[in-house]
Design a protein around this ligand. Structure first.
Ligand SMILES: *Cc1c(COP(=O)(O)O)cnc(C)c1O
Length: 234
């Protein structure tokens, strides 16, 4: 299957999940996760209509962003990997979104480093919803404090929440994590009505139906679009 066919199949899958959940498919953004994939693969997705791309590694992402910017493409770039504070400047200067914010200190750095001629950096707070082994993301109880902190930073724009639940084949466990995220998301919307809280990033290829049923507005998909990743050194 080509990248174009993979994207079409995913759009169909998203549409079916939306029909089941009685939601509009236009409410869901498909984020194409292009980490480790070459610019040719991104170009193929672009030519099939894809505009939002997710990258996990700062340096690799910046190289791709500069490649496409140099050619005048209108792509939207999301940073979705863990961020070390010494790499924050590159994210602030080049990306449109960061989905993995989980510390006030990094928020401050990104705010200071965001170029003023650019629009504010869109931010999702990463919640550690079920994966106790993971160091990424904050606990649900810490969400509001961090959100209020971000709200006061003029070069960041808080847009919502992101989660990577622990992988499981149990649909009920899956849904439990997603439903918890939906509740947190609604709590955040109620607490900060002055912010544009409109993005709940959750769901990957195996669980996008459950995620959409529970209010996801953005699903993040790599392998099902671009094929398996090759991590062996070149
Ligand atoms: C890699 C990655 C994805 C996509 O994973 P696939 O299994 O390739 O679809 C989604 N979200 C995050 C945060 C990722 O790091």
């Amino acid at each position: 299957m080509t990248i174009q066919q993979n994207l079409q199949q995913l759009q169909t899958q998203i549409q079916q999940a939306c029909e089941q959940a009685q939601r509009a498919s236009t409410d869901i953004t498909l984020l194409a996760v292009s980490k480790t994939k070459p610019v040719e693969a991104i170009l193929a997705a672009y030519q099939a209509g894809q505009r939002q791309f997710g990258e996990n590694y700062v340096q690799e992402g910046v190289e791709k962003i500069q490649h496409f910017e140099g050619q005048g493409f209108d792509l939207e770039w999301h940073f979705i990997g863990p961020l070390q504070s010494n790499k924050s400047r590159l994210v602030a200067e080049h990306f449109d979104w960061i989905q993995t914010l989980d510390r006030a200190k990094i928020a401050d750095r990104l705010n200071d480093q965001r170029p003023h001629y650019k629009k504010p950096l869109n931010v999702l707070i990463q919640i550690n919803i079920s994966d106790e082994s993971s160091k990424s993301g904050i606990q649900p109880a810490e969400m509001l404090d961090l959100a209020k902190h971000i709200k006061n930073l003029p070069h960041l724009c808080l847009r919502g929440l992101m989660a990577i639940p622990a992988p499981t084949n149990d649909i009920h466990q899956q849904k439990q994590a997603f439903m918890q995220m939906q509740q947190l998301f609604e709590q955040l919307q109620r607490a900060l009505p002055e912010c544009q809280i409109d993005t709940l990033s959750m769901g990957m290829s195996d669980d996008l139906t459950a995620a959409i049923e529970c209010g996801s507005t953005m699903v993040r998909i790599g392998t099902a679009i671009f094929g398996a990743r090759d991590y062996t050194p070149k």
